[in-house]
Design a protein around this ligand. Sequence first.
Ligand code: BTN
Length: 245
Amino acid sequence: MLNMRKYIYFDEISSTNDYIKENYNNLFDLDIVVAKHQTKGRGRLSRDWFDNSNSILLSMLIKPERDILIQLIPLVASAAVYKFLKKYVEDVKIKWPNDLLLNGKKIAGILVEAKYLTKLEYVVIGIGINLNDERFVSEIENKATSLFKVTKQKYDSTEMYEGLSDALRNEYMLFCNNQSDFLSVNRLNSAVINKDVLLEVDNKLKNVKVLDILDDGTILVNIDSQNKSFSSGEITLNKNYIEKE
Ligand code: BTN
């Protein structure tokens, strides 16, 4: 924590996650990279993450000294983003494992990437939050929202970067000290627990009921009349919820 940089800032970069992946040898644990605009922003499942310079685009590097249960990291990040957003808005929900919803529409996404050689070398947590967007491109207009759209206020990006950086570092340090409540934050504010949803399993969409999020970060669902847990998978909520692709 000593001499920690607030963050490394770029007006434009290909992707803050890619910058960290390419430069991790010269960066420190908990360094944060932010950008006003990304030319090759990436989302999960090889999707693009578009921005029009109105978003928070931020990535944090983790260089773990010991092995960590990597599948918990998206949930640690979700809890941090949840706590950060709750300072500004009500009705924030977490769509396991990586999306934050506001009034049922996607306001933020998280992309966690890791590299293993003989051991876990690094983890990058990338976060995109729709901040001052007044509108979105037509494909996602019905599925996405921003803080501005909900509160009708504009936000200072520096203040927001700093607030999110603090929230993320704090949540991760709590996790390292085994003091964290990130699992209960994910459970109590889940958009999917107790819901009938579609889960993509082996490239097929299955109707499942979500029962819980387990301590190892997996999701427990009832599928084909059996209870089974999954460590990853894309969930589609029914029509009351809409997600940004
Ligand atoms: C998703 O919803 O699929 C995850 C989106 C993650 C986007 C962020 S923006 C900052 C960081 N850099 C990237 O290229 N992606 C993540």
